[in-house]
Design a protein around this ligand. Structure first.
Ligand code: ATP
Ligand code: PRP
Length: 213
């Protein structure tokens, strides 16, 4: 259908910061996702639907055209291996940093350092660029626990206030990337539904520009 648009939005903090952005576009959810079990939510605009999904699934839906638009963190997009996403806009929300961190009182590392992360590709590329051999261990959450319990020497994870690192006796060792949420667009839809998508992208760009100035 050329006249319908689905927007895939990451759950959690990105969703919370996306709702005011959508409202400025004149798009308001009809259902409250915190109360409803519906996975596709209607909006006040009959041709626009919103689906709120796991962060890591957003690029998959958009790349395959199941959603025309997506809102996801740069961390997720850097980690994602697909290449057919158009990324026209930095929305400047859910800002944080991708950091290498380790214990404040770490003992010297004798063997190949072990690193826990959920960002396997980013971590692999980071150390490959430095020519450093490491053992990467995949975790799905609470990365900070890795060094504390001796699972790893270092972590690669997101840092915002630094409170989680501090509360667990960790310090930052290197800054890997600045992270914020991006608008992603399915490339085929960009051509086929240009008349619908272009005004949304342009209006979002204006909103972002005005919120920065
Ligand atoms: P999942 O449950 O699928 O693993 P998640 O726990 O990573 O998701 P969130 O923690 O809400 O979900 O993170 C979603 C996105 O929010 C991340 O991809 C990132 O872009 C951003 N983000 C994560 N942590 C922070 C933070 N501390 N401060 C600001 N933005 C963050
Ligand atoms: C994220 C990230 C860090 C924390 C950093 O975790 O993985 O643990 O935020 O934020 P801070 O520097 O402000 O403390 P989140 O709260 O999303 O938990 P999760 O990793 O278990 O999803």
């Amino acid at each position: 259908m050329t006249d319908k648009i689905t927007i895939a939005v990451s759950k959690g903090r990105i969703y919370d910061e996306t709702i005011p952005l959508l409202a400025k576009l004149g798009i308001v959810l009809k259902d409250d996702p915190k109360k409803s079990r519906k996975l596709i939510l209607d909006t006040n605009q009959s041709n626009i639907k919103v689906t709120i999904i796991r962060a890591t699934d957003v690029p998959t839906y958009v790349e395959h055209g199941a959603a025309e638009l997506g809102i996801a963190g740069k961390d997720v997009l850097m980690e994602y291996s697909g290449d057919s996403l158009y990324e026209p806009l930095n929305l400047g929300i859910a800002k944080c940093r991708m950091m290498l961190a380790g214990l404040k009182d770490a003992k010297p590392i004798i063997d190949r350092p072990r690193v826990v992360t959920k960002y396997i590709n980013i971590t692999r590329n980071y150390f490959a660029d430095r020519g450093q051999q490491v053992e990467i261990i995949k975790l799905y959450g609470s990365m900070e626990l890795g060094p504390v319990l001796g699972l790893s020497d270092w972590i690669v994870d997101l840092v915002d206030t630094g409170n989680t690192l501090k509360a667990n006796g960790l310090i930052t060792l290197d800054h890997i990337a600045d992270i914020s949420s991006r608008l992603v667009v399915n490339k085929a839809a960009m051509k086929m539904k240009n008349k619908l998508l272009k005004p949304i992208i342009n209006q979002l760009a204006d909103i972002v520009e005005n919120s920065e100035s």
